[in-house]
Write a protein that binds this ligand. Sequence first.
Ligand SMILES: [Cu+2]
Length: 174
Amino acid sequence: MNWRKAKLIILTVLILCLIPATRYYQIDQPVMRWLQGPNRVNPADLHLAGEFVENNLGTQQDPDGSVTVRLIAQQYLFVPHCVLVPAGVPVHVRITSADAVHTFALLGTQYAVKALPGTITEAELRFADAGDYTASCAEFCGAGHFEMRSELKVVPREQFPALGPGKRGGCATQ
Ligand SMILES: [Cu+2]
């Protein structure tokens, strides 16, 4: 192979590499999703299929004694509107958004969990004592943002209802 031919090949390879570099906005999303791992959801069909269907929202009892809370943030409410959790155990929050960016912030605490459309955000919260907290949206999300509030009730562990496998609890189960 002569030098001329080699130069041509190198140039071709360089140009082929440059094309995706100028189209980064097209490859950015799939790459980011791949980097983010499996915590992806389609915001358009949250209510229809998958983890965030209505009867899967709320508090779930985990085998190790902790609980998992699934929430959807949307303009301008959090679903479910009131969450019941036991004190003294890890509370695993899984939240996503159906539309804009929201933040599930618990007033009087340092907890604030961002909810993004297309992604499930995970957080672990812990409440030492029983108490009622107001959750409010801490991300300006539109005209109704300041009305976007919900409740989180922490009850003593022994007062928390026994939730069988597949059962989800909320404030109404108290
Ligand atoms: Cu908001």
